[in-house]
Design a protein around this ligand. Structure first.
Ligand SMILES: C[S@@+](CC[C@H](N)C(=O)[O-])C[C@H]1O[C@@H](n2cnc3c(N)ncnc32)[C@H](O)[C@@H]1O
Length: 225
């Protein structure tokens, strides 16, 4: 009871600071941050849908956690023997995440099984494969070859049968493509082609989270077993 209360208070205290930090980073590093605010609670829950397992220890990877709202949802679903590796590019987000490990009782309880890596996901070495991958990366902001390289790298990091869950805002590519210049339209079409290819090969579920600003598609893919 006391622990649940502490966790709620810690979440409320970090909530406002998280929004401020996210907004600052959106303005400072638009391409890599890719959103004006952290994901809403329902989107976070949908992204963490395949974290809970059957009791066997699982290795979980989260890419692009930002201020850690999806990480919260992942930690809630983690089993007592699961581990979580979190990979974040932005030094200010990394500092905020490390602080959560100190301040937030839910994070503290799993702290020994959580590792925070400050690097681009492209540089994470494939040592032991991951069973679950959750990504918050803003693919629609990246060059086409980076999206291709990251998807190929995630596949290398994945155990056979591992899931990859990620989101994109509904219709964002189509809307941008209408208003932007030709080179940008070509980049967006290229990303669409790369993602559609991945969906055709690996997607087993797609869900629409309407109660998010803006609404988002969550894609769930499974790597070959
Ligand atoms: C759209 S935000 C998502 C944040 C959070 N997951 C959420 O849903 O609120 C994208 C995050 O990906 C991070 N990021 C962008 N490129 C990255 C890369 N190559 N490797 C690791 N993190 C990256 C950004 O710094 C940012 O924290």
């Amino acid at each position: 009871m006391r622990l649940a209360f502490d966790a709620r208070m810690a979440r409320m205290a970090t909530g406002g600071a998280n929004y401020r930090l996210f907004w600052q980073e959106f303005r400072r590093t638009f391409d890599s941050t890719g959103a004006i605010a952290p994901s809403g609670r329902r989107l976070c829950r949908a992204l963490a849908r395949y974290v809970a397992g059957d009791g066997q220890p699982r290795r979980i990877l989260e890419v692009g956690p930002g201020t850690g709202v999806v990480t919260d949802a992942i930690i809630m679903q983690m089993g007592p023997r699961d581990t979580l590796d979190v990979v974040e590019l932005n030094d200010r987000f990394v500092a905020a995440l490390r602080q959560r490990l100190v301040d937030d009782p839910n994070w503290q309880r799993a702290a020994e099984r959580i590792r925070i890596h400050h690097l681009p996901i492209e540089d994470l070495d494939a040592t032991e494969p991951f069973d679950v991958i959750v990504s918050g990366l803003p693919f629609n902001n990246f060059p086409v070859d980076l999206v291709q390289n990251i998807l190929a790298h995630l596949e290398k990091l994945a155990a056979p049968g591992a899931t990859l869950s990620f989101f994109e805002y509904v219709a964002i590519r189509r809307i941008k493509a209408v208003v932007c210049a030709k080179p940008e339209r070509e980049r967006l079409n290229g990303i669409g082609a790369v993602l559609n290819d991945a969906f055709a090969q690996r997607q087993f579920r797609q869900e629409c989270v309407v109660a998010n600003v803006p609404p988002a598609w969550v894609h769930h893919l499974r790597f070959a077993g």
